[in-house]
Design a protein. Structure first.
Length: 173
């Protein structure tokens, strides 16, 4: 479990390290045991008068793409520093208005053992064309649970983080 203090340290380091002109508001930074994901909030595009939704969406996608190309070397240098410091991969993304795009991110394999009823759920999703494989079906299920149980998961993570913080302050073995 990642402690609140560890997450705060990562967020603090990135807030001091990221160039101010890269963000309209502070970056969103999430940390797990494998990866740090830095999502930069870029200024929204000024849509031309009378621009439709499609034009605005494409303008935002264009700004995200230009940012990715223009900052590649500098982002890679920052990522190398952070990876050395925190021993985790660093992934990047941007948010421009309602457009969000991850440039890089990990897709980590996870081993699981499922009994027949759970395998049948996955196989149904595959057979129905919702997913191409059991792995993709399981990822779909996880996304669905996260989407519908977001508040509960956030409360659970906060409680686990508190336990981890108390453990670190406990007596040495």
């Amino acid at each position: 479990m990642i402690t609140n203090e560890a997450v705060e340290r990562v967020r603090g380091w990135f807030s001091g390290r990221l160039p101010e002109d890269w963000q309209a508001s502070p970056a969103d930074i999430s940390v797990d045991r494998d990866e740090i994901v830095v999502t930069l909030n870029l200024p929204d595009t000024a849509a031309s008068e009378g621009a439709g939704e499609a034009e605005t969406a494409e303008a935002r996608a264009g700004r995200a793409s230009a940012f990715r190309e223009d900052t590649r070397e500098q982002r890679m240098a920052i990522a190398r520093e952070a990876q050395h410091r925190y021993e985790r991969a660093v992934s990047w993304g941007v948010r421009v208005g309602e457009h969000e795009q991850l440039f890089t991110h990990l897709a980590t394999p996870t081993m699981t053992r499922l009994r027949q009823p759970q395998r049948q759920v996955l196989d149904t999703l595959v057979d129905a064309g919702v997913a191409r494989s059991r792995s993709e079906a399981l990822a779909w299920c996880v996304r669905l649970v996260a989407q519908h149980e977001d508040d509960w998961l956030a409360e659970l993570r906060a409680a686990m983080s508190q336990v981890a913080d108390v453990r670190t302050r406990g007596p040495a073995a």
